[in-house]
Each structure stands twice: as C-alpha cells, then as structure tokens.
Design a protein around this ligand. Structure first.
Ligand SMILES: [Cu+2]
Length: 118
C-alpha cells in the first residue's frame, strides 16, 4: 500500500511537471519567434522606393504600386514573382533566409531594386 502511494505520488509529480512544461512552451515559442515584422516598398514614378531595403529574416515585404502604370516585382534569381500589379495593388513576400535578393519590374526591366535580408 505505502509503496503504491509513493509510486502514485511520483506519477502525479511527473504529470504536474509535464503539464507545467507544456503550459510553458507556448510562451517560450512566442518569445523565440521573430516578430512578424513587415516592411513597405512603394512603386512610384517608375522606381522602387527605397531601392534597397534591409530587413531581418522573417520579414514580410509588401510592395504597393502607387504609380498609374502597371508594374511587376520579379526576383532576378526566381525567388518570387508577382502578377502585374495595377494602381494601388500590392504584392507581399516573406523572406525566410538571409541573403541579397535583387529584383526588377518585368514590364520595365530598367526598374530595379534589392532586398537585403540579415
Ligand atoms: Cu514597371
């Protein structure tokens, strides 16, 4: 009987510890997650502004076409590619790896920009 009680007490302690760990893990995860950062690039007057933008890994960059002419946002290395964006239309891409991502507008290839992910 007494041995059984000790065993049960140990089991209960284990369950309590497991529950504490489980309860604690979401907040740990939330702290570890890179804040869902975002950055904006405006397309206006046939240019991307800012032309070079530096962001941290996990950042979602949103391009907004403020021009009255359709544009696209196309990665030079094929990492991302928007459809033709008309006035006030947006395109977003989340950068999950560090690196330099040059891009251009496929309608006007002289329009270029760069996203630097650190
Ligand atoms: Cu364009």
């Amino acid at each position: 009987m007494t041995k059984n009680k000790v065993w049960i007490a140990g089991l209960v302690a284990l369950v309590v510890i497991a529950m504490l760990l489980l309860a604690g893990s979401p907040s740990v995860k939330a702290n570890d997650q890179p804040s869902s950062a975002s950055a904006e690039v405006k397309i206006d007057n046939f240019s991307f502004g800012p032309e070079t933008i530096k962001v941290s890994v996990g950042t979602t960059v949103t391009w907004t076409n403020r021009d009255d002419i359709p544009h696209t946002v196309v990665s030079t290395d094929g990492v991302f590619k928007s459809k033709v964006r008309d006035t006030d239309e947006k395109f977003s891409y989340t950068f999950t790896k560090a690196g330099t991502y040059p891009y251009f507008c496929s309608v006007h290839p002289k329009m270029t920009g760069k996203v630097v992910v650190q």
